[in-house]
Design a protein around this ligand. Sequence first.
Ligand code: DHB
Ligand code: FE
Length: 282
Amino acid sequence: MARILGGITTSHIPSVGSAIANELFDDPYWKPFFDGYPKIHAWLDEHKPDLVINIYNDHGLGFFLDQMPTFAIGAAHECRNEDEGWGLPALDPFPGAPEVSWHIIESIVADEFDITSCQELAVDHGFVVPMQLFWPGAPANPDMPRAIPISANTVQHPIPTLKRALAFGRALRKALLSYPEDLKVVVLGTGGLSHQLDGERAGFINKEFDLYCLEHIVHDPDKLTEISRMELVEKAGAQGTEFLMWMMMRGALGGDVTEITRNYHIPISNTASGTLLLECAA
Ligand code: DHB
Ligand code: FE
């Protein structure tokens, strides 16, 4: 049976990729951000997951406004990265786990989530930057687990509700726990806390709301389902909708979790960055 070890959140901003390439770990601007990761490295090193479910939002590489699935699951034998125009070289492909992807798809559709299954899906910075943060040198890092991408629409309204995102995560948990082979799984929720990249409120950050979300996602994620989508955009900014990824991740962890580490830093690029490692009960 697959076992869910825990969940990790992180911002996924593209400039992290160039900070990593230029080894700016001790640079005064970047250090408070990168300081959030060593405890996570130690935890991953101790637990060595076999599989990572990377819950991220595509930003226009895999899907575009003409075709925008609400929830999509990758089922290819590899997750292919491509140049998005941020000045970052495309990374080598990440090995997939198609047999587990199809098990999840079967289970989650039986649970009445009408997802899009993708036998080919190019993955963008929302997927690859967190992989580089957690498994330095990824995908070449020898500890890099096989990966399954799950993307939700945070771009084109109507986006899913926080309640639906949490319920999706719970259906994902059920799917994983019913997988017949032994597998140690870690679930990522990638994306910022508050941020807005364009328009009159570009640069908008809301520390008070971020801290409220960080607090409740650990012990009472259901409380956060009271936040409407309009309220989420108002309080977290247009791209703060990426918090949906965190809710999906949290649903997959079940009830009780132990917080292993937390880092909150503002701003990094235009984003409030939150790094959280939650361990599941054994
Ligand atoms: C930034 C944040 C994002 O979530 C993103 O997808 C791209 C850029 C930023 O703050 O620069
Ligand atoms: Fe983003």
